[in-house]
Design a protein around this ligand. Structure first.
Ligand SMILES: N[C@@H](CCC(=O)N[C@@H](CS)C(=O)NCC(=O)O)C(=O)O
Length: 184
């Protein structure tokens, strides 16, 4: 989404996790996506790719943020919330856990704080959309998609509004479609 927003054209190579292309593993042996090869750089982290793109072109100031607040959201999301997301998404891998308890933990950890944040502005950092919204919304989307009815029953109207705004956005839909799988 950030690349599209920044007007950066890329050759998009969708890969199959069960058959990762050698060309990708050669530039990035850790074997995770996304990887961006550009200007002689190999960027292997989504956030690095976002930062690089915003450094090129950022017409609406997505990159202008209070860094400590931004980092606090990202750390919470990428750390403990990602763990809960995996537990919630793949209950078969965690037979010792109860999905409702995982949901309660996610509510306390991030969904409640988000709802509170949205009481002071439409976006996570206030009245202006920033890269932090774009970085975190896909994780909340995946979480909500596990059981959308259950998610919709939670008392987080502002969070749902924020989520649905992105899910329905032209930007998201312009990039979120199937791509052919790259084969070397
Ligand atoms: N911190 C990395 C996470 C990358 C990551 O874990 N990507 C997953 C997909 S979302 C992946 O490539 N998994 C490959 C695999 O499981 O084999 C980033 O934000 O770029």
């Amino acid at each position: 989404m950030t690349l599209q927003y920044a007007g950066i054209q890329v050759e998009h190579r969708e890969i199959s996790f069960s058959n990762k292309p050698q060309s990708m593993l050669l530039v990035s042996p850790k074997g995770t996506v996304p990887v961006l090869c550009v200007d002689g750089l190999i960027l292997e982290q989504s956030l690095d790719i976002m930062r690089w793109a915003l450094g090129k072109f950022d017409p609406d100031g997505w990159g202008v943020v209070d860094e400590p607040t931004a980092q606090a959201w990202i750390e919470k999301n990428d750390g403990p919330f990602k763990t809960l997301l995996d537990q919630y998404k793949y209950p078969n891998r965690y037979p010792e856990l109860h999905q409702e308890e995982v949901l309660s933990a996610a509510i306390e950890l991030i969904l409640k704080p988000m709802e509170i944040a949205f009481q002071s502005g439409q976006y996570l950092l206030g009245d202006k959309m920033t890269w932090v919204d774009v970085a975190i919304f896909p994780f909340i989307r995946q979480f909500a998609m596990v059981n959308r009815e259950r998610f919709d029953g939670l008392p987080f109207a502002l969070t749902k509004k924020w989520l649905d705004r992105y899910i329905g956005s032209e930007l998201f839909n312009s990039v979120m479609h199937p791509y052919p799988t790259w084969i070397d």
